[in-house]
Design a protein around this ligand. Structure first.
Ligand SMILES: NC(=O)c1ccc[n+]([C@@H]2O[C@H](COP(=O)([O-])OP(=O)(O)OC[C@H]3O[C@@H](n4cnc5c(N)ncnc54)[C@H](O)[C@@H]3O)[C@@H](O)[C@H]2O)c1
Ligand SMILES: [Zn+2]
Length: 356
């Protein structure tokens, strides 16, 4: 029997995330006009299947618009062009926008759906692990501006998400791994069973157990966003490992991917915790790096990374705050003095520096 999971995200309005192989064939939407906004890499392989599945069940008029692949769709030019395309297709208030792609596609499509006629129904068919376990949960949508990432956007909850794990089989291994880093982070901050499930196995889109693992990781984020819909408190815990990760991305001019930077960042956060006498999970985060095999880091200087960390969005007048773990699955937000940051950096670098 096919394994299916449904997670209800308890927001206002609440919505269901369905996870399973072949789940796109179970989509039910009741709208007069539906426009699928799809990542162009999926044009030949997944988009035709999705359109056929939608057409089978609906009496609706179904259109598709192909968006530039990945992050290159998240800008004002594509945003404005896509809004115009919806207007030209005659979309009315009772129409729906469906995102088919990774987190970049659903961020853009969600913001388009939030803006068109001040908001039309939005659905997501995530096609990367990251989009399933992270971007599809919580209703954040948006685009980048020339001045920085995710600077314009809106909260617009999807009405439904169908995470079809069969769509992951075409993902490049490195993109698949990026999502596993976020799933591991979800385990560390909330769910020890998820940590144990992830560690010690090389995960691919074909791994038995992947459906349950994706569903488990979605549950973590769903729980956190339900407790903190407007990002005032708990939601910050989702940034575990991200302070150093963002600095690594900036210092390497994004030659290190977000997911790889998160793998390294989780290990740095673990070292910080150890230096502060909190739970020591450095062996676990080290094991994860060995398993993930992120791209090797170039030579990185603490002073430079520290500069980027202090510009991180969690730094305020009183200084930088890190998400740390009091115990496994017990995150806290804490200030850490510069000397501790530097000492943890030295130990972290010893572990992660490229071996020649
Ligand atoms: N809204 C949120 O809460 C939230 C949370 C986390 C991340 N994000 C955003 O998500 C984005 C990152 O998402 P992502 O990692 O999914 O990246 P992405 O959307 O850029 O996709 C990564 C790459 O994989 C390709 N791709 C996608 N699905 C594929 C498939 N099934 N087969 C083959 N190739 C495929 C894409 O074309 C792209 O090149 C960032 O823009 C980030 O800001 C949003
Ligand atoms: Zn992340």
């Amino acid at each position: 029997m096919t394994e299916l999971h449904t997670i209800t995200v308890q927001l206002h309005p609440s919505y269901d995330i369905h996870v399973g192989p072949g789940i796109i064939h179970h989509i039910r939407l009741h709208h007069r006009r539906i426009v699928v906004l799809a990542d162009e890499r999926l044009r030949d392989q997944h988009l035709p299947t999705v359109l056929a599945a939608l057409r089978q069940q609906q009496s609706a008029e179904i259109h598709s618009v192909v968006l530039p692949a990945g992050e290159s769709c998240k800008n004002l030019a594509v945003f404005s062009r896509t809004l115009s395309q919806l207007a030209q297709l005659g979309l009315s208030r009772d129409s729906a926008v469906v995102a088919l792609g990774g987190g970049a596609t659903s961020d853009l499509a969600g913001y388009v759906a939030a803006s068109y006629l001040r908001g039309v129904a939005f659905y997501v068919l995530p096609t990367t692990v990251l989009a399933m376990v992270d971007a599809s949960v919580g209703g954040k949508t948006g685009i980048n501006l020339p001045e920085g990432k995710n600077l314009a956007g809106a909260f617009h909850q999807p009405r439904g998400v169908w995470a079809d794990t069969e769509l992951l089989t075409t993902l490049p291994a490195s993109v698949f791994a990026e999502g596993m880093a976020e799933a591991f982070k979800h385990g560390l901050i909330e769910d020890t069973a998820l940590i144990n499930a992830i560690l010690g196995q090389h995960w691919t889109a074909h791994s038995p157990g992947l459906v349950a693992l994706v569903a488990q990781a979605i549950c973590v984020k769903a729980k956190i966003v339900a407790n903190d819909p407007h990002e005032r408190h708990e939601r910050a815990f989702l940034n575990y490992g991200h302070t150093l990760a963002h600095a690594v991305e900036a210092a390497t001019h994004h030659t290190i991917s977000h997911g790889d930077a998160v793998s390294y960042g989780l290990h740095y956060a673990a070292w910080l915790g150890k230096h502060l006498g909190m739970v020591d999970i450095t062996a676990m985060t080290r094991a994860f790096i060995d398993q993930q095999r992120p791209q090797p880091l170039p030579e990185l200087d603490f002073a430079e990374l520290s500069g980027f960390m202090n510009r991180d969005k969690k730094a305020d007048e009183a200084g930088l705050r890190f998400v740390l773990l009091e115990a496994l699955a017990k995150p806290v937000l804490m200030r850490v003095d510069d000397a501790t940051q530097a000492a943890a950096y030295a130990d972290w670098w010893h572990d992660v520096k490229p071996t020649v």
